[in-house]
Design a protein around this ligand. Structure first.
Ligand SMILES: Cc1cc2nc3c(=O)[nH]c(=O)nc-3n(C[C@H](O)[C@H](O)[C@H](O)COP(=O)(O)OP(=O)(O)OC[C@H]3O[C@@H](n4cnc5c(N)ncnc54)[C@H](O)[C@@H]3O)c2cc1C
Length: 382
């Protein structure tokens, strides 16, 4: 179905992005998956081509577009399974904190490098002892003169090995009631004294993504690195989560399309009992059902993209989309793998990677259970 949210300019941008991604990104995916890490040169090339922060203000080197341009980048990267290169985390999850809450000095210091790909961004909320219950973070940031001194540990941090700037969620006041009123966001540069990276964690999927432990041991950063106001961190996080979760839904539907297209091609080629797999009614019904769900999901996501660009509060609907599209992606990748038979289980067939990569989609950016908690709360069910 023709999608109605994109202008001619968006379509032109998509063509450019597709050409770039096919030429420069797709050939690198297997290597990243082998190494467990992307490379800096690629980040710089993506930046130079104008695909980092396509929405970002022109005064800092951005293209000044709307969020639909970023959504196009997400879709094109998902189309070649470049999940390792977490551009949406960098551009659409981390960068907006700097744009919305940064002081003029912070913006000047960090945004141009982020947009050019020189400075890779990460956000560190999760800790070994707490994920969903974010208000319970234990990392402390104590004010000492002109510095904050951070102590604590984070885990599962995407871009953790490669990041040059980490937005760290820390408690500046551990005694507030409610506890989330004591949370602040502190910018920690990669070479800050007392900041140490731990293991690049081994995972079921997203093999090329560096997901890491981070440690802060008397890590000193200037007070000028406070983002926004002290004690406002939790509110700032909540305000940005609509976009973070919409990114997941966009990528989920794009990944579903990739798996579906590959499966349709495979069942037309592979033969059993003297005919192509595509001739079996089971194959036809399964793929017809999945294709219908992808179209339904796309229509919903497109409606949300348009509303998000208009600046509407669609937290409830985005939470719905996050859990629904990621559950679909998990189910779809499993059903498609089944249609590949034994080959679907082999690493050389990308559908096996799709299945492994899908698993995390319902876990990060707020688990799907937390999405339902939010929806229920906003329905007045408490
Ligand atoms: C590959 C990967 C990348 C990640 N990247 C980042 C990153 O860049 N930055 C970052 O900060 N974090 C990141 N995370 C962490 C991720 O956001 C957390 O794993 C997630 O929020 C869940 O937290 P948890 O793992 O502590 O699980 P828990 O909070 O311990 O949850 C365990 C289970 O209990 C359920 N549960 C918890 N509370 C409730 C409730 N109230 N009602 C019902 N069920 C509940 C959960 O839904 C889940 O099923 C990443 C994780 C992974 C796996």
């Amino acid at each position: 179905m023709r999608r109605e949210i994109f202008s001619e300019e968006h379509e032109l941008f998509r063509s450019e992005c597709r050409r770039f991604v096919e030429a420069e990104i797709a050939p690198k995916v297997a290597g990243w998956n082998r190494d467990g890490l992307t490379d800096r040169e690629t980040w710089r090339r993506v930046g130079a081509a104008g695909f980092l922060g396509a929405h970002a203000p022109e005064e800092y080197g951005g293209a000044g577009g709307d969020f639909l341009f970023d959504a196009i980048v997400m879709e094109e990267l998902a189309r070649v399974r470049a999940h390792a290169l977490m551009v949406s985390l960098h551009s659409d999850i981390c960068m907006p904190y700097l744009e919305v809450y940064g002081t003029p000095e912070q913006k000047q210091r960090y945004l141009p490098g982020a947009i050019s790909g020189e400075r890779i961004l990460a956000i560190a909320m999760t800790e070994p002892g707490t994920g969903s219950d974010l208000a319970n973070v234990q990392t402390r940031a104590r004010r000492q003169g002109d510095h904050y001194v951070l102590n604590g540990a984070k885990t599962f941090i995407s871009n953790g090995q490669i990041a040059d700037l980490v937005i760290v969620v820390a408690k500046t006041d551990p005694d507030t009631k409610p506890p989330h009123d004591g949370i602040s966001l502190i910018l920690v540069e990669g070479d800050a004294p007392g900041f140490r990276r731990g293991r690049n964690l081994e995972k079921l999927g997203l093999k090329g993504q560096d997901t890491s432990e981070l440690f802060f041991e008397d890590c000193r950063v200037p007070v000028a690195n406070l983002l926004g106001r002290e004690g406002q961190g939790f509110k700032m996080l909540m305000a940005q989560l609509q976009q973070e979760r919409l990114c997941i839904a966009v990528a989920s539907i794009a990944s579903c399309r990739r798996s579906l297209d590959d499966t349709i091609a495979y069942v037309k080629e592979r033969r059993a009992f003297g005919r192509p797999l595509a001739a079996f009614q089971n194959t036809q019904f399964k793929l017809a059902e999945l294709a219908a769900e992808v179209e339904i999901g796309q229509a919903f996501v497109d409606k949300l993209l348009a509303a998000h660009v208009r600046g509407e509060d669609i937290v409830t609907e985005v939470s719905m989309a996050k859990f629904w599209t990621t559950d679909l992606q998990k189910r779809l990748s499993a059903e498609c793998l089944q249609l590949f038979g034994g080959y679907g289980f082999m690493s050389e067939y990308p559908i096996s990677g799709d299945y492994a990569d899908a698993a995390v989609q319902s876990i990060y950016a707020g688990t799907n259970e937390i999405m339902k908690v939010i929806i229920a709360r906003r329905m007045g069910l408490e």
